[in-house]
Design a protein around this ligand. Structure first.
Ligand SMILES: Nc1nc2nc(S)n(CCO)c2c(=O)[nH]1
Length: 157
């Protein structure tokens, strides 16, 4: 079983229900969801004017390869009516692979580790909650140097 870390976000519709449905989708696909971070209310990054997101991070264990996992995440997004209308625009749900085991992947469909991790507090802050000790140290260092100072508020969920 490979350990992987995902970032999940939503800024359209019932955002908390969308997040829960995404996690349910992971479990229905036979993916073990080992730990779920708190949910954070976060200002959108990427330059597109849009509503705030709810974001969280999860640690999973899976027998799927990284590309099989990506395909599964796309199925979950399609089931939750994700529409890719504007690049970096609003979405009902977004699931990104942050890390997959210790693999480094750079091909036309998948880049792992995700290239934006170090630039995004909405990824780093939830990830810190679910990271193992090695990764926690790396995430802490990235948090200390990130230039992203967008609002991020931990909810009680
Ligand atoms: N706060 C916040 N901003 C975002 N911009 C994009 S694109 N996304 C989608 C993930 O790449 C997000 C997000 O999930 N949260």
């Amino acid at each position: 079983m490979a350990k992987a870390y995902l970032s999940i976000g939503s800024n359209i519709g019932n955002r908390i229900e969308n997040l829960q449905a995404a996690i349910d989708g992971l479990r229905k696909a036979g993916i073990s969801v080992e730990q779920i971070s708190h949910v954070y209310e976060t200002e959108p990054v990427g330059g597109v004017v849009q509503d705030d997101f709810l974001n969280l991070a999860v640690r999973i264990a899976t027998q799927l390869t990284a590309h099989e996992l990506l395909d599964q995440l796309h199925i979950i997004e399609q089931n939750l009516h994700r529409k890719r209308l504007i690049h970096w625009g609003p979405r009902t749900i977004d699931l990104d692979i942050l890390y997959y085991a210790n693999e480094i992947i750079n091909d036309e469909t998948l880049t792992v580790p995700h290239p934006e991790i170090k630039n995004r507090q909405f990824v780093l802050v939830p990830l810190l909650e679910v990271a193992n000790q090695d990764l926690k140290n790396q995430v802490q260092q990235m948090l200390e140097v990130t230039s992203d100072h967008n609002l991020i508020v931990k909810t009680n969920k």
